[in-house]
Design a protein around this ligand. Sequence first.
Ligand code: G3I
Length: 455
Amino acid sequence: MIERCQEDARPRFGPRARTAVVLAAAALLAATSAAFLPGTASAGTTLGASAAEKGRYFGTAVAANKLSDSAYTTILNREFNSVTPENEMKIDATEPQQGRFSYGAADQIVSHARSRGMSVRGHTLAWHSQQPGWMQSMSGSALRQAMLNHVTQVATHFRGQVVAWDVVNEAFADGSSGARRDSNLQRTGNDWIEAAFRAADAADPNAKLCYNDYNTDNWTHAKTQAVYNMVRDFKSRGVPIDCVGFQSHFNNDSPYNSNYRTTLSSFAALGVDVQVTELDIQGAPANTYRAVVEDCLAVARCNGVTVWGIRDSDSWRASQTPLLFNNSGQKKAAYDAVLAALNNGTTPTDPPTTPPTTPPTNPPGGSCTATLQDGTRWGDRFNSTVTVSGASSWTVVVAVTSPQKISSTWNGSPTWDSSGNVMTMRSNGSGNSFGFTTMANGNWNRPVVQSCTAS
Ligand code: G3I
């Protein structure tokens, strides 16, 4: 069994205890490439790049069958640095027949994302809905075993590629009862949720493991409080939970409430990360979109925001036009509001930690010089900016100290060595500087510029 340590003492992307060296933040890089990367986007002009400058990601749900739509992928690749498969990792998609797993569509999305430096949220391992027929007809210990095997197999398949999993989705009932939702999974025993988390933990110790739900956004609602109590209980008993996802499907019947920030911060205070996982808002009012983003930015442990689709026509409720791009792929007012919120957002304060001790190193390299400057610092990570002089087209090599991991970059095109600790950044026309976020993972050494070469 995996023992969990004091979460409160850990950095934001705190690990499960067995992986004290491989902090959960390291999962942000998965096995070989950086996560939450904004690709070639420019800071301040795209959602992903602007979020990265705030140490966050900005993601979207993606449907595999739309990856052949160039209008769709143009926006996806330009704007987003995190991806959640909309349906392709669900149980009916990944295990259509018992014991026969099918990963084609999900692998396609993962490959598209990771090859462009986007991170992947996994959705979802255990859910009462979208179960394949064989599972729907199961019950009792056979269902429990089948569910655990599904969690194990799928989490194992994507190990190192998925930075956070919605391990369990929508397990609580709507309304005022505060009860668990009745389902075949729930009827296998009240401990089915923690059993799923332990199975996911064993299969992928480095992924962040989330509980995800809707109508848990309003702090006063019974469902919110019920999930809060479950998470508090899990933390007290060492159940391996790292994060809580707030779907945030806001509409006229279930509107955004200004206590949303209280909800996020209250859960975060339990020692879990919080993520806005499926955001869409009926009519896409700019002010509400702005408020949601500002609320996330105000909570240090809010890692990022995912919208549930790109264009209104991609939405599961398209008639409500709830997204940031219209059917033609044009930016809506809500897009501008979100971008402004990301760019103006305040940096949450975390307790100061020991300043970096390693002196800057800027050895000459070729015919250009790269100078590293310290940027914003949080409790678990810090930004750095590198300014290049002497060349307009350049290649700069930067190294961080293991177990540090670079979790996002902007204004350049990065590639990585096999360790993930040495980044080769090439100019991409965005100017003579680039930036990146380093997950400290307990080590606050300053990144080192190893070389600068005109190219
Ligand atoms: O792909 C088939 C298509 O071949 C077929 O002709 C058509 C006929 O119904 O169905 C298509 O599949 C649909 C699938 O979306 C892809 O469009 C399913 O019927 C439909 O049920 C499915 O809906 C998804 C829904 O989850 C299922 O519960 C939505 O796309 C997806 O956005 C939605 O996402 C959920 C999250 O997972 C959890 N939170 C709520 C959120 C919104 O409901």
